[in-house]
Design a protein around this ligand. Structure first.
Ligand SMILES: Cc1cc2nc3c(=O)[nH]c(=O)nc-3n(C[C@H](O)[C@H](O)[C@H](O)COP(=O)(O)OP(=O)(O)OC[C@H]3O[C@@H](n4cnc5c(N)ncnc54)[C@H](O)[C@@H]3O)c2cc1C
Length: 355
């Protein structure tokens, strides 16, 4: 069986980002790479959005960038502007196409459907596939989004609505998210923070239909694209073996309080490539102990007091746009952290800390 220097298990966001980063940094001229991916074809399946707090390789896959955003509670709306860190959305279809067409030009890179086709013994393995099914009773961010197109220009495409809590909460945490890609096209998502066992929360089609009609006042539209997903808001238990490095969601790249993962994956890929010649000996990359601690606390409060979350999220954004963006993108300094923490209800968080 064939042997490779590197093996990437799972050619999704993390696997392909890493392969691309290796390729463009000339790390695959003398080394070989196998990518193991089960999917039959690549097509647009997700829209990855994030604040661009550092440069990444995929500006040409960006659908749109915005400098303005709002957050809505049932009784008020708060608007923020930031010119330094735009919010961006990436079309996964363009991302897959760009990377795959680059990788196929290098004969040192091979693609396989299953691991049984290759010899793993002497390779460094990067894994992005969960070992087993994850616990549905834990906290997840689950959602469905549709890209709608209207016959008339009705959206203000200069501003996104990051969270709209003006909707049915059903004893959990629920908000809508609207990204206007143009004046007549927008991605609208219904998002829940809850376990995955309550099927009654998953009538997403109806939720979207009602929201578009009653909250956005749009009656006439067609649906161009649908995405559905569930992001675990807990770190899967994994073994970090010497020759197996977990990447992507499996590698703890999801920010647990928000579900943001895409830019963390890019940072991790850059870190791996920088240390590739001694990757077994390099420190394991993580998002930072500070955020791990704060997010755990935040999720504990969320589980205990879902009804308080719309107000907590709303207040969190009542700070400068730089502060909140940097905090949510794991780039905040201590002053900015204190600023965010000061917006939280102290007693509830203190109690959560000791429970
Ligand atoms: C619909 C959706 C929207 C999201 N939107 C955002 C967003 O806006 N911003 C953000 O930051 N994050 C977002 N996320 C979270 C995160 O960025 C994505 O989940 C991202 O794709 C995670 O990358 P990954 O490589 O860990 O997993 P994936 O991209 O899922 O890659 C795993 C790959 O492994 C393959 N695979 C599975 N089993 C096997 C096997 N046995 N052998 C080989 N291959 C296998 C899969 O086919 C897949 O290609 C979103 C997630 C979803 C599901």
């Amino acid at each position: 069986m064939k042997e490779f220097d590197y093996i990437i298990i799972g050619g999704g966001c993390a696997g392909l980002s890493l392969a691309y980063e290796l390729e463009i940094n000339d790390k695959l001229k003398e080394k070989t790479l196998a990518i193991i991916e089960t999917r039959e074809e690549y097509k647009r399946d997700k829209t990855w959005s994030f604040w661009k707090v550092f440069n990444h390789n995929f500006d040409d896959c960006v659908i749109k960038s915005w400098n303005n955003f709002t957050i809505n509670s049932p009784d008020s709306s708060h608007e923020l502007t930031n010119k330094k860190f735009p919010y961006q959305s990436i079309d996964s279809g363009k991302f897959y196409k760009k990377i795959n067409s680059k990788l196929t030009t290098n004969s040192n890179i091979s693609f396989f459907k299953t691991l049984s086709e290759i010899n793993l013994e002497n390779s460094i393995i990067f894994n992005s596939v969960h070992e087993k099914e994850l616990d549905k009773s834990k906290m997840w961010q689950h959602f469905q989004g549709i890209e709608i197109e209207t016959p008339k220009n009705i959206f203000d495409d200069e501003i996104i609505n990051l969270m709209d809590f003006n909707c049915d909460q059903r004893n959990d945490v629920h908000f809508f998210y609207t990204l206007p890609f143009s004046k007549n096209k927008a991605l609208i998502e219904t998002t829940w923070l809850s376990d995955l066992e309550d099927q009654s929360l998953m009538d997403y089609d109806l939720q979207l239909e009602n929201y578009i009609k009653n909250n956005l006042g749009i009656k006439n539209y067609k649906i161009n694209f649908t995405e559905r997903g569930a992001i675990p808001l807990f770190n899967p238990s994994f073994k970090n073996e010497n020759k197996m490095i977990n990447i992507g969601s499996v590698g703890g790249m999801t920010r647990l309080s928000t579900g943001y993962t895409f830019l963390n994956i890019q940072e991790h890929s850059k870190y791996i490539v920088k240390n590739i010649d001694n990757i077994g000996g390099a420190k394991i990359f993580n998002l930072g102990k500070k955020y791990q601690f704060l997010d755990k606390l935040f999720l504990r409060v969320l589980e205990k007091h879902p009804e308080k979350m719309p107000k907590i999220f709303f207040n969190m954004f009542k700070t400068s746009s730089n502060t909140i963006i940097k905090f949510l993108s794991n780039k905040s300094n201590i002053i900015e952290d204190i600023n965010i923490i000061s917006k939280m209800p102290k007693l509830i968080f203190l109690k959560a800390m000791f429970n």
